[in-house]
Design a protein around this ligand. Structure first.
Ligand code: ADP
Length: 285
C-alpha cells in the first residue's frame, strides 16, 4: 500500500474565532478523484484554500507527499504551487490577453524556453479543443470555453494534482458534462483530482469518492453520488478514518508520477515519494 499523497489530520480553520472547518481528517491516494461536496457555506472553498496553502490551519496539519505544507520553505513552496494545477469558478483569466497568451503566461513566469512553451501550448490547446479559440480574448469566449482555458492553464505544467473549486459554477449542464468528461480523462492519465462542488448533477455524474462537509465538519466519506454512495460510511466529525477506504479507481496501486526534480531546485523536505513534482502524460480527448 502506498503512502497517501494528501493527509488532513484534525484540521480546524477559524475566522475571527469562529470555526468554519472543524477537526477534519482524511487521506487521498495518488491518482484518486475526490469530490468535496456540501451546501453553500459548508467550508468547501476553505478546505481548497488550505490545500493550496492560501490559508493556514488554525490547528491540525496538512501533509502532501509527506511534507507538512505549513512548513514548506519559500523555494519549495513555489515548486509545490507550480506543480499543483488550480482552477477557480471565476477563472481568473487575464482579460487583456488571448487564450494562448493566458496559457503561455503560466509557463513564461516559470522561465520555460520558447520552444517548450510552444510545444506545450499546442499540445494543451489541442487536448482541450481550444485551437480555434487560441487568438480570442476571454470576453469573446463561452462559459465552457473559459473553463477549458482555465483548465488548460492549470494543466500546461502537467501537474500531479488538479484542484478545482466549483469549475462548473458558471456554465450550463451540457457544458458541465463536457468538463466532467475532461476532468475524468485528466484523472485517467494519473493526475489526482480534487473537485469542490455543491452541484448534485456534477457530483452524481463524476461518480467518484465523495467527502461531504456540513457546517465545517466532514460527515461522510463514500463512493458514488451526491447523497449516498455504494460504500457509504457515515463518519463522526472527530473520527473520520479514510485509511481503509477502498480505492475507487482501476489504477494499480503504483505511484503514477515518477519523481523529477528540475536542476537547481531545492528538494527540501518535500516530495518524499514523487507526487507533485511528477510529470504525467498529456491528456488526449
Ligand atoms: P463553501 O465553499 O462550502 O460555500 P466557504 O469555505 O466559502 O464555504 O465558507 C465557509 C464559511 O467560512 C462561511 O461562513 C464563510 O462566510 C466563512 N469564510 C470563508 N472565508 C472567510 C474569510 N476569509 N473570512 C471570514 N470568514 C470566511
Amino acid at each position: 500500500m502506498l503512502s497517501p499523497m494528501i493527509v488532513f489530520s484534525s484540521v480546524t480553520k477559524e475566522y475571527h474565532g469562529r470555526p468554519v472547518v472543524k477537526d477534519v481528517s482524511f487521506t487521498v491516494q495518488p491518482g484518486e478523484f475526490v469530490c468535496i461536496t456540501g451546501p453553500s457555506g459548508a467550508g468547501k472553498s476553505t478546505l481548497i484554500h488550505l490545500l493550496i496553502r492560501a490559508e493556514y490551519p488554525t490547528s491540525g496539519t496538512i501533509e502532501v507527499d509527506g511534507a507538512d505544507i505549513a512548513k514548506l520553505p519559500v523555494t519549495v513552496l513555489q515548486m509545490y504551487r507550480r506543480n499543483m494545477g488550480v482552477v477557480f469558478q471565476d477563472y481568473k483569466l487575464l482579460e487583456d490577453r488571448t487564450v494562448a497568451e493566458n496559457i503561455a503566461f503560466a509557463l513564461e513566469v516559470s522561465g520555460e524556453s520558447d520552444q517548450v512553451i510552444l510545444e506545450r501550448l499546442e499540445e494543451v490547446l489541442s487536448d482541450l479543443k481550444l485551437t480555434e479559440q487560441a487568438q480570442m480574448f476571454p470576453t469573446e469566449l463561452s462559459g465552457g470555453e473559459k473553463t477549458r482555458t482555465a483548465l488548460a492553464r492549470a494543466l500546461v505544467h502537467q501537474p500531479s494534482i488538479l484542484v478545482t473549486d466549483e469549475p462548473t459554477g458558471n456554465i450550463d449542464p451540457v457544458q458541465s458534462l463536457e468538463i466532467i468528461k475532461l476532468l475524468k480523462q485528466v484523472n485517467a492519465r494519473g493526475t489526482t483530482v480534487i473537485l469542490a462542488s455543491h452541484d448534485k448533477l456534477v457530483v452524481d455524474a463524476i461518480h467518484a469518492r465523495v467527502l461531504r462537509l456540513e457546517h465545517g465538519s466532514l460527515i461522510r466519506d463514500s463512493v458514488g453520488g451526491y447523497l449516498e454512495g455504494e460504500e457509504t460510511k457515515e463518519t463522526q466529525p472527530t473520527a473520520v478514518k479514510t485509511e481503509s477506504h477502498s480505492h475507487p479507481h482501476p489504477h494499480p496501486h503504483t505511484h503514477p508520477h515518477p519523481h523529477q526534480h528540475k536542476e537547481g531546485e531545492s528538494s527540501g523536505e518535500h516530495h518524499k515519494h514523487g507526487g507533485v513534482s511528477g510529470r504525467v502524460k498529456p491528456i488526449s480527448i
